[in-house]
Design a protein around this ligand. Structure first.
Ligand SMILES: Nc1ncnc2c1ncn2[C@@H]1O[C@H](COP(=O)(O)OP(=O)(O)OP(=O)(O)O)[C@@H](O)[C@H]1O
Length: 293
């Protein structure tokens, strides 16, 4: 058996290669082949390299990186190939949603070919493993991604602090969004939106709960949103999110979709698993994948 190990050395506290070294010492009998991403968006090249020598019956793929690395790997990995994942990012929300904590458990699942079916979200540019967000969360991620502070805090294992820091800043400068949603059953408009998230996992932003019942084991796109109601009310509603009080807060709306198209008259800032894009049209649907767990 060979484990093709794809590592992003730049994720979070930059510990992916150290984790690889530890694995090779702990499991001398496993044939690890290392693929290192060397620049932004290199996941596609590394997945192509893996697939060129991948034996579907014998081999396994293990990804070590943050949420952004995994979502980009899955965007290029064929649906029918299972994967294993060990986090080394700043937020690690996907690992938190699935309780992925110990590398030994993952290696054991790979050895025993023990797989579970999970749901991710397929969208126009690839795969979402946690959430796609408009409004407040997109603004926070946009600030964080462009900030040298992320690297500095990541090095001292405080990478998660970047989100509350820019959360406060974003309270004062998040533009509202108006979007049109179309599902198989209904069409409706969400106007003056401050917070709008489409999630298949429970967490985003380094452990903040998007929706308490969201789980990758359910084939659902959880749509969570609230309107812009001024600074004070926005802070109160965000605190309700922070303290997991979603269901008792009337301002917070929740809907479940299997498939949804989102359009808007102007381009909006959108965050997808920690990466920021600008768009005015998106189509989302649930997709199943197999993970060694
Ligand atoms: N060697 C590299 N140098 C710089 N960027 C890289 C490198 N390899 C991959 N990337 C890019 O890094 C981004 C993913 O980072 P990742 O999400 O894994 O880390 P993180 O942001 O610290 O973690 P998290 O998403 O869990 O908060 C992707 O855009 C990916 O293409």
């Amino acid at each position: 058996m060979k484990i093709h190990l794809l590592a992003n050395p730049n994720s979070g506290d930059k510990s992916a290669l150290e984790k690889y070294e530890k694995l090779t010492h702990a499991y001398p009998n496993i044939d690890f082949k290392l693929y290192i991403t060397t620049k932004v968006d290199d996941e596609k090249n590394q997945v192509t390299a893996i697939l060129s020598s991948f034996n579907k019956e014998e081999d396994a793929i293990l990804v070590i990186g943050g949420d952004g690395t995994l979502s980009k790997v899955l965007s290029h990995l064929p649906k029918d190939i299972p994967f294993a994942y060990y986090p080394s990012g700043s937020g690690n929300d996907f690992a938190r949603s699935l309780n992925i904590n110990y590398i030994d458990n993952i290696i054991s699942a790979i050895k025993q070919k023990q797989k579970q079916t999970i749901n991710v979200i397929n969208y126009d540019n690839g795969i979402i493993i946690n959430s796609l967000d408009f409004g407040f969360a997109a603004k926070v991620i946009s600030f964080s991604e462009n900030s040298p502070l992320k690297t500095i805090l990541g090095k001292v294992k405080l990478g998660k602090l970047i989100y509350p820091l820019y959360g406060v800043v974003s309270l004062f400068c998040t533009p509202t969004a108006t979007v049109f949603l179309e599902t198989e059953q209904e069409k409706f408009t969400l106007s003056d939106i401050f917070f709008l998230s489409f999630a298949n996992s429970r967490y985003f932003g380094g452990g903040i709960v998007v929706w308490p019942d969201a789980s990758p084991f359910e084939p659902n796109i959880n749509c969570v949103y609230f309107k812009d109601e001024g600074l004070l009310k926005n802070v109160m509603t965000l605190l309700a999110v922070l303290f997991k009080n979603h269901k008792n807060t009337p301002a917070i709306n929740h809907k479940i979709f299997k498939k949804v198209t989102i359009t808007s008259t102007k381009e909006n800032l959108v965050q997808v698993d920690g990466e920021v894009i600008e768009t005015n049209q998106l189509s989302l649907c649930c997709e199943q994948r197999e993970i060694y767990l």
